[in-house]
Design a protein around this ligand. Structure first.
Ligand SMILES: NC(=O)c1ccc[n+]([C@@H]2O[C@H](COP(=O)([O-])OP(=O)(O)OC[C@H]3O[C@@H](n4cnc5c(N)ncnc54)[C@H](OP(=O)(O)O)[C@@H]3O)[C@@H](O)[C@H]2O)c1
Length: 281
């Protein structure tokens, strides 16, 4: 494999023309007090796309790292998300996130979960459409939206979400939902792309890693990248965050992509969006 630093991270063009680095860095479960240091490490390693959320309670650490890095703001793509409990106050929630991040604009703002039992996501989207008309956000999208939630949203709105961020990894691929999202012009972003580490021991992953002189995590991330999916692996460890960035240098043949695709096992790691309410988020 070629040197990590020599391999540029590909970008995906969203449905409004905005470009997003295809390989980003997630900060779910990164403790608030460690976030600045870890995100500074990630930026130093070469990441230029950070995925946070109001619910992760670490937006201010992300913002502090961006400010301390000295990297021009426009070179870093920042995503944050609307908390479930604030779908009825989306404008205030957005402003609070933007303030915590210490930025003039957010690159991508997502509805974190549909929470269908609340019946508020369409109203929240209307507010996000108004925000999008201003200059505080470059793209708006959704997360954890199933086909039925996309249908409801699209019937009631003018703007097609730029992104649907959903759980995808080799043992839980949601292929129908990913295909449906793409057919609507919505880019697919994989969260828990490594299956929270659980998919790395699969024999097919291990043998492809040996064949390519890479690591299991690089093989899994390369499998996502080969399908045009945006990925946001999380690692609190400097060596592993660099290792994950190295996935951009590993290319799998279509047959090798198929070997990983064959690992589908319906093994959801997170919550089911049809019923998840997550009041704590
Ligand atoms: N929208 C949503 O509802 C939602 C839900 C979940 C996640 N997300 C986003 O997606 C991001 C990633 O998802 P995730 O954190 O759930 O899972 P993940 O990225 O699939 O896996 C993270 C786990 O894998 C380990 N790991 C990372 N790189 C590794 C490597 N190279 N080798 C071995 N182990 C490795 C990490 O441990 P170490 O930290 O010790 O390296 C951590 O335990 C989150 O941070 C968040 O931004 C969004």
């Amino acid at each position: 494999m070629s040197n990590i630093r020599e391999t540029p991270i590909p970008t995906v063009t969203l449905n409004n023309g905005v470009q997003i680095p295809q390989l980003g860095f997630g900060v779910f479960q990164v403790p608030a007090e460690e976030t600045q240091r870890i995100v500074e490490d990630a930026l130093e390693a070469g990441y230029r796309h950070i995925d946070t959320a109001a619910a992760y309670r670490n937006e201010s650490g992300v913002g502090a790292a961006i400010a301390a890095s000295g990297i021009p703001r426009e070179e870093i793509f920042v995503t944050t998300k609307l908390r479930n409990g604030e779908q009825g106050a989306a404008l205030e929630a957005f402003r609070s996130s933007r303030k915590a991040l210490g930025v003039d604009y957010v690159d991508l703002y997502l509805i974190h979960w549909p929470v269908p039992s609340q019946g508020l996501y369409t109203a929240a989207w209307k507010v996000m459409e108004k925000l999008y008309a201003g200059d505080e956000v470059r793209a708006i999208g959704v997360s954890n939206f199933l086909s039925e939630h996309l249908d409801t949203l699209l019937q009631a709105s003018d703007i097609v979400p730029a992104v649907n961020q959903i759980e995808i990894h080799p043992t839980f691929q949601q292929r129908d939902l990913a295909a449906r999202s793409r057919s609507l012009g919505i880019a697919v972003e994989a969260y828990s792309p490594l299956g929270q580490g659980a998919d790395l021991g699969a024999a097919a992953v291990q043998s492809l890693a040996a064949r390519h002189g890479g690591t299991p995590a690089q093989v899994v991330l390369a499998w996502h990248l080969a399908q045009g999916t945006i990925v946001i692996p999380k690692s609190a460890d400097g060596a592993r965050m660099r290792e994950n960035l190295g996935a951009a240098a590993l290319s799998l043949t279509p047959a090798e992509v198929g070997e990983i695709t064959a690992l589908e096992a319906g093994a959801r790691a997170g919550a089911d969006p049809a019923v998840a309410a997550h009041s704590q988020l």
